[in-house]
Design a protein around this ligand. Structure first.
Ligand SMILES: Nc1ncnc2c1ncn2[C@@H]1O[C@H](COP(=O)(O)OP(=O)(O)OP(=O)(O)O)[C@@H](O)[C@H]1O
Ligand SMILES: O=C(O)[C@@H](O)C(=O)CO
Length: 405
């Protein structure tokens, strides 16, 4: 067991995204859901948790348990992966979890960098942009669980931690790793715990990764993880193919619980291409109706889709947990009925589905789209899972994923 990098991800699609980024940087990467499974030889281990929206003390406890497991595996560095749109509630959980992981490692300062330029997430003067809009003006302001209405990361994180938060601005980042390292040391000397670092392109992330290479814990989205992984140099030749797993035979099922803009477009397209059932939280026996529909329609060989994704005006407030449970129940029934390819849209939704399927680990394969790798699960029977972050993927990704031979 030789893993040197351990990653704690706060949701399941975030785990797949960061695992894909590490794999792309040349690291053999294993993804665990929870902390129980055995681990094959690898360079990086990602533990995907479902801690983004739960009460902060529970998120801290689960993250520390993941850290302990990674420490037992001998990893030298911890990467805390949160969303590139900094998804969090007023109480956290990014601040409390980052505090706990940094304290546990005996660290004094860490970097905070959710930029993922390849997905259009950039940080400038401490403000997070989604494409050409400030985060607070993007569709993220309508997120059902973690609406993001402030783009100022120093202010957002400052409200989630008792520790000092300060900015390392782009002017410093442009001067290179030594200048950034000096800025980090100056902040640490002032007692600052969190250095929010600007990054508008991949080279900025490379600079931040180099400057922070001495820190035991660093935090960010998949972009900084790619840069940190690449620092160790490529050990694994991924050029020999697309690395897509051989997809097991059997009908494919799409389960969509994300209400993010990209998912809504993907779901609209998928509805034109396959039988689709929309979950109606106001409509009686939600789970019974959905599983009966599945039984009837999967018998035709699939693919089929069950979804709750809806624009803000059509959502049912307070029904998030119920809808997650319903999609989880549909997933479990689909696997019993022989489905072996399961495509899920949404991080919280993926957490509920993966737990219901009893999946504890997966080997990370090639990407169906940027940040969306196929996973071949380690249990029996092996399943091909595609866990898609809400805002990722081209419009036909869901259709392609279940229709591909
Ligand atoms: N029609 C609906 N009304 C209210 N809540 C909904 C509805 N459909 C889905 N939800 C809830 O919205 C939440 C969406 O979160 P989820 O993490 O699955 O998607 P996402 O945030 O778009 O994805 P990611 O975390 O990967 O960016 C889930 O808890 C889901 O149950
Ligand atoms: O960073 C992102 O945007 C994604 O990996 C994610 O965390 C979605 O939940």
């Amino acid at each position: 067991m030789s893993a040197w990098l351990g990653c704690v991800a706060d949701d399941y699609t975030g785990g797949t995204d960061v695992a894909a980024a590490l794999r792309r940087s040349g690291l053999r990467t294993v993804l665990l859901f929870g902390t129980g499974a055995d681990i094959p030889d690898c360079d990086a281990v990602v533990v995907a948790l479902k801690t983004r929206s739960i009460p902060a003390p529970e998120a801290v406890a689960a993250s520390l348990a993941a850290r302990e497991r990674l420490a037992e595996l001998g990893v030298r560095r911890i990467y805390f992966k949160y969303c590139s749109t900094f998804d969090s509630t007023g109480e956290g959980n990014i601040g409390p979890v980052a505090d706990a992981l940094t304290d546990a490692a005996g660290g004094r300062l860490t970097v905070v960098c959710p930029a993922s330029p390849e997905h259009g997430r950039t940080v400038y003067q401490g403000h997070l942009f989604v494409g050409d809009r400030l985060l607070s003006e993007s569709p993220m302001r309508h997120h059902p669980l973690t609406p993001m209405t402030d783009s100022d990361l120093v202010r957002v994180l400052g409200a989630q931690t008792p520790h000092g938060v300060a900015l390392v601005a782009h002017q410093t980042i442009q001067r290179g790793p030594d200048a950034v390292r000096a800025a980090l040391e100056a902040l640490e000397a002032r007692g600052v715990r969190y250095a929010v670092t600007d990054a508008v392109g991949d080279s900025d992330l490379d600079t931040v990764a180099r400057a922070a290479a001495h820190l035991p814990v660093i935090t960010g989205a998949a972009g900084l993880a790619r840069a940190a992984g690449a620092l160790e140099g490529s050990r694994w030749d991924t050029s020999g193919g697309d690395g897509l797993p051989v997809l097991p035979p059997g009908p494919g099922v799409v389960l969509a619980g994300s209400c993010s803009a990209a998912t809504l477009e993907q779901v609209a397209l998928a509805r034109e291409r396959m039988p689709a059932h929309r979950l109606d939280p106001g409509g009686g026996d939600l789970i019974g109706t959905a599983t009966s529909w599945l039984e009837e329609h999967l018998a035709g060989g699939g693919p089929v889709m069950v979804y709750s994704s809806a624009p803000p005006e059509e959502r049912a407030p307070g029904s998030a947990a119920l809808l997650e449970r319903a999609l989880a129940a549909v997933a479990a029934r689909a696997a019993q009925l022989g489905a072996r390819r399961i495509v899920v849209a949404g991080g919280e939704t993926s957490g509920a589905v993966v737990n219901a399927l009893g999946v504890t680990g997966a080997v990370v394969g090639g990407e169906a789209d940027r940040g969306v790798p196929w996973l071949l699960t380690t249990g029996r029977p092996p399943l091909a899972l595609l866990l898609k972050s809400g805002n990722f993927g081209r419009p036909d990704l869901l259709v392609q994923a279940v229709e591909a031979p």
